[in-house]
Ligand binder design. Structure first.
Ligand SMILES: Cc1cc2nc3c(=O)[nH]c(=O)nc-3n(C[C@H](O)[C@H](O)[C@H](O)COP(=O)(O)OP(=O)(O)OC[C@H]3O[C@@H](n4cnc5c(N)ncnc54)[C@H](O)[C@@H]3O)c2cc1C
Length: 405
């Protein structure tokens, strides 16, 4: 049996230490860390190019920017200003941080840079190749050249919110999911300082937010919410919001805009995310903040933990014991507060309720709470199990990126 190589053609190896399914940030980072530790890693991705069908706005928060040396050249200007709007979008509440809080990644080159790091580390990548299921001890892959099978000691489900790997390994699966969509376009230049505009209006974005991120270089105009609660569907909501989106008055929009979208798991970290045959990372593991729906910081942090656990399992006499220690329940407990706030947000069902919530936001107490959520130092909890990865030497780390400083 032969597995595909980076070009999608059958290669020479029938087996691998770790099969990673999905080349989003979680899969790329996990694969790179494992390969740097000397393991043989095959990373399969069903898309044919990492620059297409992107599923994220790409807002990186300060904690991620502090802890992970992402390639600076693929990050937009820092954002310190957030405007919060009630239904009707009049009398917004403005919050300005004394520090740089967010930067929006130019995701296509950022994913490409991450794939280059993976290749440099020795990861074998097969683009245009889908994981199609498990058959006994092997995993089926389908690509341009038909179906092949690969034998792997472990499989990593980095295949997003609706993970097929989770299903096949009988692990927990995301049940509480929002859907989001956005338009992205280049800005010819605006007078506005880089700003993150958030609109809390359940008639536009039921259970979440509508947003405009304008960092002076690109604008992202998006909505997200519960799929069954959009009166005119997700697309209709985006169209309606886009026509009156704040912060873009007088901005000339190009005819062609990039469209992005996808599911966002907000039910919190799943409990059972590992078993003797493998584990889940990123959205597949539910590693997304239930409140802010931010998943980029969690997927990088959980990937580090996953790589440490798998490294230990690959060297252990009883790998099953090591993998059962990859436990989502302990991490989930750290999300209790955010899960409660998510439930609160889900109950804001009418514009009148959102307007009432804004009354609170106009008080010093409300603004202090909003600042904590938007500008706080909290990140995805750093998992405690597993040997922490020291990473490459500092000089090499700056060159290669992504390793924790
Ligand atoms: C509209 C939107 C905006 C968002 N904005 C932000 C934001 O600004 N900041 C933030 O922190 N978070 C944001 N998120 C969340 C964040 O993007 C995700 O949590 C994060 O990107 C998850 O990364 P991942 O690698 O786990 O999954 P993904 O990036 O979804 O990668 C999964 C990969 O697996 C591949 N795949 C799936 N099935 C198979 C298969 N069977 N075989 C092979 N490959 C497969 C997919 O093609 C995909 O490439 C947003 C999400 C959405 C939907």
């Amino acid at each position: 049996m032969r597995t595909p190589d980076a070009s999608g053609r059958p290669g020479a190896t029938a087996s691998t230490d770790v099969l990673v399914v999905g080349a989003g940030l979680a899969g790329l980072h996990t694969a790179t860390l494992l390969a740097r530790r000397g393991h043989d890693v095959l990373l399969v991705e069903r898309r044919t190019s990492l620059g297409h069908a992107i599923r994220t706005t790409g807002i990186f928060v300060r904690k991620t920017l502090d802890d992970f040396p992402l390639p600076q050249e693929h990050l937009g200007p820092p954002i310190r200003r957030v405007m919060l709007y009630p239904p009707g979008m009049r009398r917004p509440v403005g919050l300005v941080s004394a520090r740089d809080e967010y930067r929006v990644g130019d995701m296509a080159p950022l994913y490409t840079a991450a794939a280059e790091l993976a290749a440099d580390a020795g990861v074998r990548m097969a683009m245009g190749t889908s994981y199609a299921g498990r058959q006994g001890g092997t995993f089926r892959l389908t690509g341009r050249e038909g179906t092949t099978a690969v034998r792997a000691r472990f499989v990593v489900g980095a295949d997003g919110a609706r993970s097929r790997v989770a299903r096949d390994l009988a692990l927990d699966r995301n049940r509480h999911v929002l859907v989001g969509a956005e338009e992205v376009f280049e800005l010819p230049g605006t007078d506005e300082p880089p700003t993150f505009h958030c609109v809390l209006d359940p008639s536009l974005a039921p259970g979440y937010l509508a947003w405009v991120v304008n960092d002076g270089q690109h604008a992202h105009v998006g909505v997200a919410g519960y799929a069954d609660r959009f009166p005119a569907g997700l697309r209709g909501a985006l169209q309606r919001f886009s026509a009156s989106a704040p912060g873009l008055a007088g901005v000339e929009r190009p005819e062609a805009v990039e469209r992005r979208g996808g599911p966002i798991p907000v039910g919190g970290m799943l409990r059972r995310v590992g078993c003797a045959d493998g584990l889940l990372v990123g959205d597949a593991a539910g590693a997304v903040s239930p409140l802010t729906a931010g998943g980029l910081d969690p997927c990088l942090r959980l990937s580090e933990h996953a790589a440490a656990v798998l490294d230990e399992a690959l060297r252990a006499r009883n790998p099953g014991d090591v993998l059962t220690g990859y436990d989502g329940a302990a991490l989930r407990a750290r999300f209790r507060g955010r899960l409660m706030l998510r439930r609160g947000l889900a109950h804001v069902r009418t514009p009148a309720m959102a307007t009432a919530a804004f009354t609170l936001l106009r008080t010093p107490l409300g603004q202090a709470a909003a600042r904590r959520v938007l500008f706080g130092d909290k990140s995805f909890p750093t998992p405690e199990h597993g040997r922490p990865y020291a990473g490459p030497e500092p000089a090499a780390r700056i060159r290669t990126g992504y390793g924790k400083p």
